[in-house]
Design a protein around this ligand. Structure first.
Ligand code: SAH
Length: 231
């Protein structure tokens, strides 16, 4: 799977996506990520990429041309790329939406900044707008990193079988049970006995009970959906 990210901060985004699970998947060639500096496509000598909004108002708006030129360059190499604009006006990113995006082999993400992006750029190139939550960020970069991380870790081979995402919070339909690692006793606070018992069926039962109880307490919506599905 390939991600192209159009941003004003390619170095920062690339550095983050070079670490941990995603970084390893990139080095193994399981996923490809390329960050593109929209500023490289500015035409004037000061490399401006934004201007005042028509009609007045505060802040600056990213101009259509550098974005289009950058996108056209990506399209030359990846003609079938699916373009997503990170935006608070978009559909909310969920595990289900992320899973659907797995079927797109190539995704281009447009990160806005300042007050946002000239609407014509969105109308001309964007297939879908996605928001990472009901709050406003200064730029689309954090959103793009969230989306890439969330989608990429579901690509085959990115997580080892051990770390498989299927039984994690949300993906499983429930919130995850509490996890523990060594030591078994930390200043008198002990790991639940059942986890040390080696009895697989009991461990499974305990984990499900914990999951159900924490989901019921914290996320009634998920809990009700889960119970309904199991009926
Ligand atoms: N004036 C705009 C907000 C601009 S915020 C409005 O009111 O809708 C600047 C940029 O940050 C946006 O172009 C977008 O790319 C990004 N952004 C802000 N909040 C976001 C969110 N919740 N999800 C994804 N991207 C977001």
């Amino acid at each position: 799977m390939r991600f192209d990210i159009m941003t004003l901060f390619p170095g920062e985004v690339d550095a983050f996506l070079s670490s941990s699970v995603i970084g390893r998947a990139r080095s193994k060639g399981i996923i490809e990520i390329e960050c593109h500096d929209i500023r490289n496509y500015a035409k004037d000598k000061h490399r401006h990429v934004d201007d005042y909004p028509y009609g007045g108002g505060v802040g600056m708006v990213m101009q259509v041309e550098p974005i289009l030129l950058c996108y056209n360059d990506i399209k030359k190499r990846v003609p079938d790329t699916y373009c997503i604009y990170m935006s608070p006006k978009g559909k909310k990113l969920t595990q289900t939406r992320a899973k659907k995006l797995l079927s797109k082999r190539n995704i281009t993400l447009l990160c806005g900044h300042y007050e946002g992006v000239d609407q014509r750029a969105i109308d001309l190139i964007v297939d879908e707008e996605i928001s990472i939550g009901d709050y406003v960020l200064s730029g689309g970069e954090l959103g793009a990193m969230v989306l890439v991380d969330c989608v990429a870790r579901m690509v085959d081979g990115v997580l080892s079988e051990k770390e498989c995402y299927e039984d994690e919070s949300i993906a499983s339909g429930l919130l995850e049970y509490p996890q523990y690692t060594r030591p078994a006793d930390y200043n008198g606070i002990k790991v639940p006995d059942v986890l040390l018992s080696g009895h697989e069926a009991n461990i499974k039962k305990w984990r499900l009970e914990q999951s159900l109880s924490i989901t019921k307490e914290r996320r009634k919506d998920l809990y009700n959906r889960y119970v309904k599905r199991k009926k």
